[in-house]
Design a protein around this ligand. Structure first.
Ligand code: FEO
Length: 378
């Protein structure tokens, strides 16, 4: 075993890209389809090693790309696919599935739809179902011919025999074309990105694991927070359905749905906590002194302070703190004629995420302040 690992390392260090790829393939953990209900299986890929999404979002706990196979007495449907990076995992899971009648694309982003062209090629008689908003995206990004696409209206049902799928349009969580799929007979809601979390786990279900809620909050903060109004609207919509399981396209399946629904309702509400988010940069210590003074003063008044030094900050943690903070105070030294570039970047990101903070302020040490304090480092 040791020799094998050494071989992998040395070949990867020395080796060509194809060599590295085949070695990595051998090292992948391959998950078999996992039964959720009679005729309902989780398929997909757990991406334990991925550490960045969209070249922006840190993934400290990895992620998963969940697909689901629903086999009725007459027809079979696949809900979503996986990121092409791990397509071979889905390919293996589908190896013994001889017939697919429907491929449901709930969302066209690459991490779920990137594997769809391969699925359609394997099952040439399968019809692709998606929301009307998704159709152009499917044609443009996945190069699927229009004849294979059938759009489904909000509330439309599809019979698979003894199982019925209802399509529930849930736009802007987080793309405009996103929809969920409800399986009434088994009381399962397939929610796509909505209510998901970037977490790699060998567990199928979330249970009451607090790490799942933490990962879900991070995911909400990074992906859903800008669409808070739409999140609320969609929460209300799915609350009208009866389900025991929420099966998202990332992370574990929620078998205590109230936990994630209540958390989302809180995050997306207008309620703020008595807390202050303080992203800052300090080049020579002056801004740090001001920030520390502020944090101490807030603590004396029982106001929670979240201090983020921006050269080392995990963007996801900053985003999470912004979910319900009442106040944001930005600290920056002056670089040439403006704020430090990392402060610009963080401020831009915070604006994009549209947090519900009620107050904002900027702290910047002035030249006079630096001169007047002999305690400040040079
Ligand atoms: Fe998980 Fe929006 O893709």
């Amino acid at each position: 075993m040791v020799a094998h690992n050494l071989n992998i390392r040395s070949a990867a260090a020395a080796g060509s890209a194809p060599g590295r790829r085949s070695l990595w393939k051998k090292r992948k953990l391959r998950m078999k389809p996992r039964k959720m209900r009679d005729g309902v299986h989780w398929l997909g890929a757990v991406d334990w090693n991925r550490r960045l999404f969209d070249s922006l979002i840190p993934l400290p706990d990895g992620t998963s790309y969940n697909a689901y196979l629903v086999e009725g007495s007459e027809k079979t449907a696949l809900i979503d696919a996986v990121d092409p990076l791990l397509l071979d995992m889905l390919q293996r899971q589908l190896a013994h599935v001889k017939r697919l009648d429907y491929v449901i694309v709930q969302h066209v982003e690459q991490d779920h739809a990137g594997g769809i062209p391969w699925v359609l090629e394997k099952y040439p008689d399968a019809k692709l179902l998606c929301s009307p908003m998704a159709k152009d995206l499917v044609v443009t990004h996945l190069h699927v011919s229009e004849e294979r696409i059938q759009t489904v209206a909000d509330g439309e049902t599809l019979s698979l025999g003894n199982k019925t799928l209802t399509f529930v349009h849930t736009p802007w969580v987080h793309w405009p074309e996103t929809m969920s799929t409800y399986l009434a007979e088994d009381r399962v809601l397939f929610s796509c990105d909505f209510l998901g979390s970037h977490i790699a786990s060998s567990a199928l279900y979330s249970g009451t694991d607090p790490r799942v809620l933490e990962a879900a909050k991070r995911y909400y903060a990074e992906i859903m927070m800008p669409f808070r109004t739409m999140v609320r609207r969609n929460l209300k919509k799915i609350r009208e359905l009866d389900f025991d399981l929420i099966a998202p396209s990332h992370g574990t399946i929620h078998d205590h749905p109230e936990l994630i629904l209540n958390a989302y309702e809180d995050w997306a509400s207008d309620r703020v906590s008595n807390s202050v988010v303080i992203p800052y940069i300090s080049m020579h210590g002056s801004t740090e002194l001001m920030v520390n003074h502020l944090v101490a003063a807030l603590a004396e008044r029982d106001v929670r302070a979240h201090k983020f030094e921006l050269t080392t900050t995990d963007t996801g943690k900053l985003a999470m703190a912004l979910v319900d903070a009442a106040t944001i105070v930005i600290g920056s030294p002056t670089v040439y004629v403006g704020a430090h570039p990392l402060v610009y970047s963080a401020t831009y990101l915070a604006n994009t995420l549209k947090p519900k903070a009620k107050y904002a302020a900027i702290m910047a040490p002035t030249a006079g302040a630096r001169k007047s304090s002999s305690k400040l480092p040079a």
